[in-house]
Write a protein that binds this ligand. Structure first.
Ligand code: PLP
Length: 357
């Protein structure tokens, strides 16, 4: 079976098999990694290796901290203004869809939010161009969502905010292709797409941005507390952290981010080409902004949608239903979704069109 879920998403088979083999007895200790103290030598070495592997994969410079937190990307929507506003009261946000809007709504609880560009009037079918960003001099940071998981809309450039720290929600495209970490003040991502199971949130933050949390910030929401404690201020999500470590090792074996990016681009190109080659399927996103991770598409005859899903499932192609807020179909083709899976989907789509059109 092939899993096209948007998240929690497919994990590499090898990772699941290794975790299964290690689950009950960690290296002959007679107990599971899940049952160990997070401060034990065993777990600390798992945690340290995972961080180092992520640093290697993304070439994270030394003056950035990598935090392994809980609360999902949604908690970051609040933690970011609490931690980064400092003495300022304003923050700039780019609006490209549902996840940007959620980040904006939460930030408004703490800051004066300037929506510096939005493509909502165009139904979020493209991202704003660099020359459309109306940045404000008073903003503490500029926030954007590099990949809108629901809309299938991805930035094809990194916005330039000058001296203002750039903050990005990379939940659904982290580790999918190389990025220059030094362009960012802060990168965050819920784990449940390209990193590992749900329950873990990765934050990569430039050290000089730490230590200016609003006085009312709960201890657990203060990045500096977690940075100073190596993400072990309290009990971290140990099993998810361990599994993320296995995914990082798997990714290194795929040739790292560069290696997987080549495969990802090929997968996406093939799928969009199949959609574009037919009048039966459609995707509305401007070509340069089509997501390489989440591919939404519609059927010319919406009456056929439920039959499409039933037959796809029978053919072993799972979780192709679009997000409940937008309908249609969506194939999420994260790192762990193989090229073979994408080819099977394309073959099914072509067969379905021939027999139903
Ligand atoms: N941001 C983006 C781009 C997402 O895709 C998601 C979840 O799918 C979230 C934020 C919310 O993440 P979480 O469920 O980890 O809070």
């Amino acid at each position: 079976k092939y899993n096209f879920s948007a998240g929690p998403a497919a994990l590499p088979d090898q990772v699941l098999q290794q975790a299964q083999a290690e689950l009950a007895d960690w290296q002959g200790k007679g107990l599971s990694i899940m049952e160990m103290s997070h401060r034990s030598d065993e777990f600390v070495s798992v945690a340290t290796a995972a961080e180092q592997d992520l640093r290697d994969l993304m070439q994270i410079p030394d003056h950035y901290k990598v935090l392994f937190l809980q609360g999902g990307a949604t908690s970051q929507f609040g933690m970011i203004p609490m931690n980064l506003l400092g003495q300022k009261t304003q923050a700039d946000y780019i609006n490209t869809g549902i996840w940007s809007k959620k980040a904006i709504a939460e930030a408004k609880r703490y800051a004066q939010v300037n929506v510096v560009a939005s493509t909502e009037a165009e139904n979020f079918t493209r991202v704003p161009r660099a020359d459309e960003l109306n940045l404000s001099a008073e903003a503490a940071y500029l926030h954007y969502t590099s990949n809108e998981t629901i809309g299938g809309l991805e930035f094809d450039y990194i916005p330039d905010a000058g001296q203002t720290p750039l903050v990005v929600d990379m939940s659904s495209d982290i580790l999918s292709q190389p990025v220059e970490v030094s362009r960012f003040g802060l990168i965050y991502a819920g784990a449940q797409k390209n990193i590992g199971p749900a329950g873990l949130t990765v934050v990569i933050v430039r050290e000089d941005l730490l230590g200016q949390a609003l006085p009312t910030t709960p201890t657990m929401y203060d990045y500096k507390v977690h940075a100073d404690a190596d993400s072990m201020h309290n009990t971290p999500p140990t099993f998810a952290w361990y599994l993320a470590g296995l995914v990082f090792k798997w990714l290194k074996a795929q040739g790292g981010v560069e290696g997987i990016a080549e495969i990802n681009l090929r997968k996406a190109r093939k799928l969009y080409a199949a959609i574009d080659a037919s009048d039966f399927y459609a995707n509305p996103i401007a070509l340069p902004n089509r997501s390489i991770m989440n591919v939404p598409f519609t059927l010319a005859d919406t009456q056929l949608e439920s039959r499409f899903l039933v037959e796809a499932e029978a053919a072993g192609l799972l979780n192709l239903q679009g997000h409940r807020s937008v309908g249609g179909m969506r194939a999420s083709i994260y790192n762990a979704v193989s090229e073979t899976a994408v080819e099977a989907l394309i073959e099914f789509m072509q067969h379905f069109e021939k027999t139903r059109a």
